[in-house]
Every structure is written in C-alpha cells, then in structure tokens.
Design a binder for this molecule. Structure first.
Ligand code: HAM
Length: 425
C-alpha cells in the first residue's frame, strides 16, 4: 500500500508552533551575529547542475553518495543541494565577485537535502546556517570564523559544546601523509570493517573517523597528519591556534576530524555537543583553498562553516535554554454586541494599518471568554467596545498588567496606543 497523501516524506518535518519559535530564534541570532560581523546574505537555488556537486563535494564522499539527483523534462541532470559551499562558490564565480574587494563574506540560512537513513538529528531535508569567506588566505580568517561560530552558540546560550580542531594539510603534505597512512593500514586490512576496506582504496582519510569498534582500536596507533604537515601548513595552523588562544576560546586538538567532503585543506573544525560528540555534530567547517579553482576560477583561498539548525534547536531544548520571543501582538480587541463587533472589526484594522500588532476573536461572544484569550496571548492591552461604547463612540483601554481601565474617544485610540507602545508615528 502506498503512503497516504496526508503523510510527509520520510526524513522531513513540518516546522511550526513551538518548534517554529526555536527555529526563528536561531535564525534571528545567527543572522544578527553574521551581519554585525560584516557578512552579507546570499540565497542560491535549491537545485543545481549535478556536475557542480559531483566535482565540488566529490562523488565518492558520504555526501556525494547521498544526493537527490533527478532529470528534468529537458533531460538535464539536476541535484537538490546537499550542502551550501559549492553553490556559494558557483555564485561567487558566476556573479563576478572576484572583482569586488576581497575577501567576500557571505552567509546563508537554507534547507539542504541528503538521502540519509533518518534517525534522531539526521533528516533528509534539514536546515543549515552557513558562513563563507572567499578570497583571503590569512590564518586570522580561520581564527575569526571559529570566533564567529563560537559567538553564535554563546549568544544562543548553548553551553555544553566543544570545538574540535585539526589540520588536513595541503596538496603537498597530504598525499605524502596518505602514503604513510596506507602503509600503516596495509598490514591490518583484515581487521577493518567492510566500509573501511573500501575507504582504504577510495578515501583513506575517512579511516580515521570510522565509529566501528575494531577500526577505532586501529585508529589509536595510526600516524597523525598533524605530525606530518609541511612547514607552510604547520605555521598556518600554529597561527590559527595562537589567535584562538588570544580570545580564550576553548578547543580540543583532534586528529580524527577529517570531514566528509573532498574540498577541505588546512584548518578543519567541528562543533560537538557534549552528549553526542562526533555522532551528531552541531556543525563543521574549515578551509577549502582548492575549490574555487576546481570549479573553474583562479586560485582563490576560502574558509567557511555550516551548522545544523535542527541539531542546534534540539541542543537548546536539551539544555533547557530559555529565550524571550519577540512579541508581535501587543493588543487584543474585545467586543460585546453586534454594533460593537463592527466597530471592533474597524478598530482592529486601523491598528494593523498603523503597524500595531493586534488580534481579536469574533467567534467568541462573552467578554470573559475573550479576556481569557487575551491573557493567553500575553498582550499588554485589551481594547474593549461594548454596547455603551459603541453608542458613545468610545473605547475602553485596559492595561492587562495593572488591570486599570481608561475611556478614550475612538478617534484618539490609535494615536494613544502608538505612543504607549513606543511605535514610530
Ligand atoms: P557538513 O559537516 O556536511 O558540512 O554539515 C554541517 C552540519 O549540517 C552538520 O554538522 C550537521 O549539524 C548538519 N547536518 C548535516 N547533515 C544533516 C542531516 N542529514 N540532518 C540534520 N543535520 C545535518 C557542510 O555541509 C559544509 N558545507 C560546511 C562548510 C561550509 N564548510 C565550509 N563552509
């Protein structure tokens, strides 16, 4: 039997009600931090030419194997974006951002798609908050991205996180290291899990972050890239750490951080929550100095970060983070009797026209019932029109906190409320 049409696809979700409050809050905090640090927002299409991702993230990477790829009616192969870095680099090149002052600092808050096995914190459509700095090779930029990321979680009041840092080397030292690594594993191939046997051939660095128990044992003795960096990578990484130290940001050096995408070079890092660690990282990022060139541009260094929004929301709920929601509705309009209802309908719309958030419940007749709704909404004022006020052309303004009531002529009410709520006139 097929699924009901009232059932959403596996691994997707509706974000509404209580979840939407967290979602909006995370977006707000993130976008404020990003804008204050001089990042500009970018929206890229939800799907791109498949080749962009095949080349950008790599066909053999975990992400490359999880792509939603389809042919459109003209036979073009398209892919729902599995991540944001390759599209941002594509947009950088296509829109001539190379000729703007460098670096170009961009941020996004977008949905992404990966055909993964759904489980807690792992969805087929999920949201990421992302930062990309393109066109600056300085280690200070790496440190600054890490500082910005740390600030985002701090402003969200998330406490139980750790930042895991590593360096993946460059086109000079990484291939040399991979040879050393393969040599170490070549004598132990029969001890590896079936996936790692494949990884040995296709993506040996991922041998280092396999979670299988047998593989973890072998990882403990494996040679580390950090001890095999060339002098340029070593110096760069040392400077990044010195600058993060300067800001007293806590981090752990972790040789197992190798990331699941092909484009990384040099500094890489992940944000973990203390409970799940590597199982369900809150976010990850790093340098990708080769990607612009790989996608057809000139050699351009870059660094960025992507954070999972659902995992951030789940961590906030787990830690019981409280936050004050921005209130948009300040007034409830209550009515008694049919003449008053018409006046209230007009008053409600006059308030909204003036930019004052207001609600009413025209299906409810009793004042008591309406006042209950007003207190549930947590409004600051209730404006009341009963039969007498409808006849007089007046409105009662009830201050919900003190319970005080005052009567004003209808024509003055919008002005009075604008002043009381400190709205621009
Ligand atoms: P990523 O590590 O693949 O990196 O994803 C970043 C974050 O997105 C993860 O740490 C996780 O929180 C969240 N995430 C990934 N997949 C899922 C999923 N299936 N369900 C829920 N959340 C998920 C990137 O995507 C890079 N583009 C980050 C980057 C930007 N690097 C440089 N610039």
């Amino acid at each position: 039997m097929g699924k009901k049409i009232t059932q959403k696809p596996r691994g997707t979700k509706d974000i509404w009600g209580e979840d939407q409050k967290y979602f909006k809050y995370v977006q707000n905090v993130f976008e404020t931090v990003a804008e204050e640090a001089g990042f500009g927002k970018i929206e890229t299409p939800a799907f791109e030419d498949t080749k962009l991702f095949e080349r950008g993230v790599g066909k053999e990477t975990d992400v490359g194997k999880e792509m939603y790829t389809f042919k459109d009616k003209s036979g073009n192969s398209l892919t729902l974006r599995p991540e944001g870095t390759a599209p941002v680099v594509r947009a950088y090149l296509e829109n001539g951002m190379q000729s703007q002052p460098q670096p170009v600092n961009l941020y996004y808050f977008s949905n992404f798609f990966r055909y993964e096995r759904p489980q807690a914190g792992r969805y087929r459509e999920f949201w990421q908050l992302g930062l990309e700095v393109i066109g600056d090779k300085s280690p200070l930029v790496d440190a600054n991205i890490i500082a910005t990321v740390s600030r985002i979680y701090k402003k969200l009041n998330i406490k139980n996180i750790s930042i895991q840092i590593n360096s993946m080397g460059c086109a000079i030292c990484r291939p040399k290291y991979i040879k050393i690594l393969k040599k170490y594993y070549s004598g132990n191939l029969n001890k590896l899990c079936p996936d790692c046997k494949k990884r040995y051939k296709t993506n040996p660095l991922r041998l280092l972050d396999c979670k299988n128990e047998k593989c973890v044992v072998l990882q403990a003795e494996a040679p580390q890239l950090i001890n095999n960096l060339c002098s340029a990578c070593h110096d760069h990484f040392k400077t990044v750490l010195e600058y993060i130290d300067e800001l007293e940001i806590n981090y752990d050096l972790n040789p197992k951080i190798v990331r699941g995408l092909d484009y990384y070079t040099g500094t890489v890092f992940e944000v973990w929550n203390e409970k799940d660690g590597a199982q369900s990282s809150l976010g990850g990022g790093g340098r990708y100095d080769g990607l612009v060139e790989l996608l057809g541009g000139s050699k351009t260094p870059a660094v960025g970060f992507g954070g999972g929004v659902e995992r951030t929301m789940e961590e906030m709920e787990r830690e019981g983070v409280e936050f004050v929601e921005k209130k948009n509705v300040n007034i409830f309009v209550a009515q008694l009797g049919s003449k008053a209802r018409k006046k209230c309908f007009k008053l409600l719309n006059d308030l909204l026209d003036a930019g004052i958030g207001a609600e009413a419940r025209f299906d409810k007749g009793g004042i008591g019932e309406q006042l209950k709704v007003a207190s549930k909404l947590g409004v600051e004022y209730t404006l009341l029109i009963g039969q007498r006020e409808a006849f007089d052309g007046t409105v009662i303004i009830k201050d919900m906190a003190s319970g005080n009531q005052e009567v004003f002529p209808y024509e003055k009410v919008v002005k009075v409320m604008t002043k009381r709520l400190n709205k621009p006139e």
